[in-house]
Design a protein around this ligand. Structure first.
Ligand SMILES: Cc1cc2nc3c(=O)[nH]c(=O)nc-3n(C[C@H](O)[C@H](O)[C@H](O)COP(=O)(O)OP(=O)(O)OC[C@H]3O[C@@H](n4cnc5c(N)ncnc54)[C@H](O)[C@@H]3O)c2cc1C
Length: 857
């Protein structure tokens, strides 16, 4: 065993071996994988080996597509078979809602370049004759699904990595991790200590323990999972003989069942409601290649439905029941990336579908370690997406909820109840007493809308407009016509101070920093010139700034800030989280309202649009920004939590004469739509350039050498290929939710190659591991190209939208080829909502207050 290496990967499951292979392929060959026992000694060996591309997050779907496409290359390089069976798969819908869900998934697939197809139950039966089609209303066919041999695949990764120079050490538990002053790690193992620049936690079932070695509690929990294998079935053999094909994989949402052919029988697994965590606090170190005791009673309700839906399986003998544990993060997606607050400690764990996702996880993580950037938009699996509130108990409740809902429909207006409330503000009880429907915003309870007195405050979940529609509309109209108040504690807030604070921010941000008492809006870019942040920054005093940003991105942004902090202590950064809370008042009467609450002049002359001021509001020390996300005249008022009740009571009291209303996040988001304002993680993400995102006003290429400037200047000089646009949509009773395809009828324009979202600058490799950027097909990239005269084609995608209540229009934002961005003509675009293509028109000027007159006051 070497004593010094560049990187140590801890864990020889499919994920660790994939990370090792991808690191080696990227040119890091001085690397070592250390495995406690033999390879596949966690969950990898007893997996059902199924793989598929579909994922609720299109970015993760893209990485799953990469994983599936990788296997052939892997077999060639390693000389080891993965026993690939690319059978294709069918998802069965038993209800109109589930069919809507499949239509949405199919529509999403269109712009991802996936080849899914909506089919009838009879067509599904022709592929899987063991089913009774009378239980279903429709289905979706996905040709890129199948199954493989889990152990063979893990070994293929390991052999390929070894061929490229990586070392694998078996039967050697890592016991401890310590860090030297220079940042290097001592990996203390049973066979001795290895010094490494980087450590990667691929501990799978033991990822929590490997996290605890550095004081981190990772939000991961293992669940028991069962599948059955039947005896050989004559029906299966007959089908194979007659068609020359294997049976397809089938997913039955209603029964919470997945099933497929295994040899000449059937494999059937369930995600049962009565799910069971395994080793909820500590994973025993002596757990080996073991299975857990089967518990068929637990999955009996699923089997009962399954045997009705698949009578062909009901009579088969059960040969074996496999029950094994594997890990999940609270939302079911992996945890990948560098851990904030630590240097060169990386994780790739919580991977619940290692054979669909392992390749993509390995690629993204190795890009990140080698190039400093994952090369994809990996937010959906970034370890930074969970805050401190994601404790062991939170994780336990959420993972159980997620597991039991794995095949349930998640509606766009659905808030999930487990592990709530986690964090609350001092106004929580007041909001609940006022009939607020509460939502979870990065672990914080936040009012979404207010139900009328006497009615039950709850959403009726739906893909269509629902019971909040009228009430959110009333909130919006009250704000636009009078004044409203809302909680904004769910924004991220940071203070940056010190002699080099301004230089630091100038280096990170694209806009010039404001003068004292003023505010600017500014994006932040990575080295590739892609958007990684969008902030409001106020200069609060000499060498002091306040920053507000996206709540969910707090750890993601802190990680970036810390990475770029000068080492000499000349800049300090503080993240407030819930030690600073906020209220926003907005609407034409908001200025008169604020004036009643303060003892200073807040007229538009004395306290201008984009001014910042510290003042006592209702007697409480506050920071006030003359800006709001409603795009109306308004203010953001920030205070310590101890003062929030006082300030809120003062606002409500003084606001009574103006007819003040409480409004929630849904009204706020509706108002931002009619101002064409983008949102972080929807319109603005690390796959878009600042000019594509329509942020040119905030990009000062001439100011100084900020991170990403060169790439942004190139984007500017070449002209962006894509453009963010707003649409007015002729919707029926359902508005866009995000990720819908945008169709256009264009006249013979060839937009050239526009890489569809979810991949940028990602290294591509040929079978020999050599980097090549030429091939598009190899990683599922697809292009918008060669549009023919008068033909309708998918040319873009929706990022978000909804109903803009004040202007009374359904609206959407999304990306289209830049050449089309200024064409407001009717009849050019259609947006596919729940399988129906609805006419849409680009709308360049915001429909509310296009001149900004009201906002400026
Ligand atoms: C019954 C069942 C069915 C499944 N079906 C599917 C399926 O159809 N498709 C699919 O994609 N996925 C499936 N899975 C999930 C799949 O098995 C996991 O996604 C995958 O195995 C995760 O791999 P991993 O490498 O992250 O973790 P693991 O396989 O748990 O590997 C972690 C490794 O790290 C080692 N390790 C831990 N700590 C240390 C230490 N301190 N020092 C040294 N080594 C250490 C362990 O010994 C272990 O070998 C299934 C799982 C089960 C249980």
């Amino acid at each position: 065993m070497k004593s010094h290496v560049k990187a140590v990967v801890i864990g020889g499951g499919v994920v660790g071996c994939s990370v090792l292979y991808h690191l080696a392929r990227s040119g890091w060959t001085d690397i070592m994988l250390i495995e406690r026992s033999e390879l596949t000694s966690g969950s990898s060996w007893h997996a059902a080996g199924g793989f598929h591309t579909l994922n609720g997050d299109p970015n993760v779907a893209k990485l799953q597509a990469y994983t599936v496409q990788l296997y052939k290359e892997l077999e060639e390089i390693s000389g080891q078979s993965c026993s690939l069976h690319l059978t294709g798969g069918v998802m069965l819908a038993d209800s109109p809602e589930r069919m809507d869900f499949l239509r949405l998934a199919h529509a999403k697939g269109r712009y991802l370049g996936m080849d899914t197809e909506l089919i009838t139950p009879s067509e599904a039966k022709a592929m899987f004759p063991l089913m009774d089609e009378s239980h279903f209303v429709g289905a979706m066919w996905d040709p890129v699904e199948g199954h493989l041999d889990p152990s063979g695949t893990t070994i293929a990764y390991s052999k390929a990595a070894k061929k490229l120079g990586a070392e694998i050490v078996l039967r050697n538990p890592v016991r401890e991790l310590t860090q030297e002053a220079d940042g290097t790690w001592n990996v203390i193992t049973e066979q001795g200590t290895v010094r490494a620049e980087h450590v990667v936690n691929c501990g799978g079932l033991w990822a929590r323990e490997v996290g605890r070695m550095v004081g981190v509690e990772l939000p991961v929990l293992a669940m028991e999972h069962m599948y059955l294998l039947t005896e050989p079935m004559p029906e299966v053999e007959a089908f194979n003989r007659e068609t020359g094909r294997e049976m397809v994989g089938v997913l039955d949402f209603k029964g919470e069942i997945y099933t497929r052919q295994e040899r000449n029988g059937i494999l059937l697994g369930t995600y049962e409601k009565a799910c069971k965590p395994w080793s909820p606090v500590n994973t025993p170190w002596d757990f080996g290649h073991e299975l857990l005791a089967p518990d068929l009673d637990r999955i009996a309700p699923s089997l009962e439905i399954g045997f009705k839906h698949f009578p062909g399986i009901a009579n088969a003998g059960i040969k074996q029941v496999i029950n094994g544990p594997f890990t999940f993060a609270p939302d079911g997606n992996p945890l990948v990336g560098p851990v904030q607050g630590l240097t060169n400690y990386w994780v790739a764990c919580g991977v619940m579908a290692g054979f669909s996702q392992g390749g993509g996880v390995g690629l993204a993580l190795s890009n990140w370690m080698v190039d400093g950037d994952p090369g994809f938009d990996v937010w959906g699996m970034d370890v930074a997406r969970f805050g401190e509130w994601a404790s062991l108990r939170y994780t336990n409740a959420k993972v159980r909820e997620n597991y039991s809902r794995r095949f349930s429909i998640r509606f766009p207006n659905e808030e999930l109840p487990a592990a709530r409330p986690a964090q609350t503000t001092p106004l929580y009880d007041t909001m609940v007493a006022q009939n607020a429907v509460m939502g979870d915003s990065w672990g914080l309870e936040t009012p979404l809308w207010f139900a009328p007195e006497g009615s039950e405050p709850r959403d009726i979940v739906s893909f269509h407009r629902s019971n909040d529609f009228e009430h959110v509309g009333n909130e919006v109209r009250a704000v636009r016509e009078r004044v409203g108040v809302t909680e904004i504690a769910n924004f991220a807030k940071y203070a940056v101070s010190g002699p080099a604070a301004e230089d630091f921010l100038n280096r990170l941000m694209t806009n010039r920093m404001p003068k004292t008492g003023r505010i600017v809006l500014t994006p932040m870019l990575n080295e590739f010139g892609k958007l990684i942040g969008d902030f409001t920054i106020a200069k609060t005093g000499d060498e002091c700034f306040m920053i507000w940003g996206s709540s969910a991105a707090q750890k993601y942004h802190m990680r970036w800030f810390e990475k770029h902090l000068p080492k000499d202590g000349s800049v300090r950064i503080h993240r407030y989280d819930q030690t600073l809370v906020g209220l926003s008042i907005a609407g034409p009467k908001s200025q008169a309202l604020l004036q009643k609450l303060v003892d200073v002049d807040v007229s538009s002359k004395a306290f201008r649009f984009m001014d910042f001021r510290e003042m006592a509001v209702g007697g409480a020390p506050c920071m006030v920004n003359r800006i709001t996300y409603t795009g109306d005249l308004g203010y953001e008022i920030w205070m310590e939590p101890a003062y929030e009740r006082l300030v809120y009571a003062a606002i409500k009291d003084a606001g009574a004469e103006f007819g003040i209303v409480d409004f929630g996040m849904r009204a706020l988001l509706s108002m931002r739509l009619e101002k064409n304002f983008p949102t972080w993680f929807r319109e603005l993400r690390p796959i878009y350039g600042p000019f594509e995102g329509g942020m040119e006003r905030f990009i000062k290429l001439e100011k100084n050498d900020f991170i990403g400037r060169e790439a942004a200047a190139r984007e500017h000089a070449d002209g962006p290929k894509l453009a963010r646009v707003s649409f007015l949509v002729d919707a029926l009773d359902a508005d866009v939710m995000g990720d819908e395809p945008i169709w256009a009828k264009v006249n013979g324009t060839d937009f050239g190659t526009i890489e569809k979202p979810h991949g940028y600058g990602a290294p591509r490799f040929d079978a020999a591991g050599k980097e090549t950027r030429s091939s598009e097909a190899d990683h599922g990239a697809s292009s918008v190209r060669g549009i023919h005269d008068g033909e309708w084609s998918v040319i873009g995608w929706v990022t978000s939208g909804g109903y803009a209540h004040f202007v009374g229009k359904s609206m959407a934002q999304g990306y289209v080829p830049a050449a089309l961005a200024n064409d407001e003509s009717e009849g050019l675009f259609e947006i596919e909502i729940l399988g129906q293509r609805r006419p849409a028109r680009i709308n360049i000027e915001p429909p509310f207050d296009p001149s900004g007159e009201k906002m400026r006051g």
